[in-house]
Write a protein that binds this ligand. Sequence first.
Ligand SMILES: [Zn+2]
Length: 379
Amino acid sequence: MTLFLNGPVHNGPFTLAGRPGKAAGIRLAEALNQLMGKQPAPHLWNTVTLANDLRHRTVALSRGQWERQELAAKYAPGPAPAAGLLTDTAPQVVALALEICQDLLANGTLAVAHVKVRLCRACDHMTGEVDRACRACTIDAGTRPAIRQLLVHDRPDGRPVLARADFHATRASMPAHLVNLAQSAPQRLLLSRTRACGISLGPLGLDASLVLDPRLGLHLAVLAAAAQRGEDPVMTLTENAAAHIVAYGAPVRRWGGMQLRYALHGRIPYDQHALRRLFEAHRVTEQLQRQFIQWYLPLCAWRERAGIAPARLPALIKFLRRVDLARPARPADEVLAELQRNVEAGDRRWVMDARVLAHALAYRMDVGSATEPPEGETG
Ligand SMILES: [Zn+2]
C-alpha cells in the first residue's frame, strides 16, 4: 500500500501561518492519505542545510535543541501535527541511512573514492569539484585544491536517472521535461558534504567531519517514515524541488522491497488579501474557506503541476462552492471506492469532477476534523 509523505521542507526562518505555500506538500500528502482511509503521516523536515549552519552560529542552544525549537515554532499558533515530525537527522533515519549505505557499498552501487576537490582557503569548506565561491563563510579567500576520500555514486552508463515507474502518475502525465533535466546530472555524484549537522559518515570509515549529502538524506527520511508503517512511500514535491534531488535518490529509490515514487505538485498562490476579497465576494462560509485553503487548493496543485495561476482562484472557489451545495450527507461507498482507486493509481482528473469531488468533500467533512493540518493565515 501507498503512504503519502511530504518531500522534507527546509527548516528555514518562517512560520506556516506566514508562508502557507511551504505546507503545500504536507497538506497534499495529508489529503491523499485521508482519502485512502489512512492514519496521518509525520511531517518531514530538512535540517541538513548550509543556511541553518550559518544561522546556528550565533545561537547558544545545541543544534538539535535549536532545530526542534525552530520546528515547534513553525506550527504556532496552530496545533502540532497529529503524527509528529521527522527530521532528516532523526535516529531512525540515521540508522536506516547507515544500513542502506553499507548495503550499497557492498554491492558496488556506492563507492569510496579519492576525489580532487576544492576547499575554501579560509574555512576548509568543500565547495565541490569546481572552483566556486565559498558559501560557508563570508571571507572571499578563494579555494585550494585537495584530495579527499568521499562517498560517491557513479551513475551506471545508459541507465536513465528517472523512469515512468518513479512517478506516482498515470502514463499520460509523465513529466517529460523533468525526465530530460534529470539526465543532465553529473555522471559521478559526490555524496559527502561539509556541514555542521547531518548524518556522519564516520561509521562507514570516512572522515567524520563529512556528512551524507542532504539530497540523498531527504529520500532516506521518506524511506524511514514509510518503513515504520511497512508501506511504499510516495513523496510529494514540486517539479523544481524534484529537479534538484532526483539524481541523488536514484541509488535508494528501490531498497529492501520498498519502492519510493514521486508525486509532483505545482505552487499555490496563497495571497491573504486576494483570498479574503474572493471569499467576501462569493460569501464563502468559514468552514468552506478552510477546506479550500487546506484541502482543495493542495489537490488542485497536484492536478495542475505547472502551478495554479492566481487568475484561476475565482473559478476554483465557485466550483468548490457549487460542489459543497451538492454534497451528500455521507459519501457513497461505491464513489469512495472509485476515488480510492484513482488516488492509488495517481489519476488526478477527479479533482475537477463535480460528482466525485462532492463525495470526497463529504468524506473529508465526515472524518477530517480530527486530522486537520494547522490552520494558518493565508498570506
Ligand atoms: Zn569558507
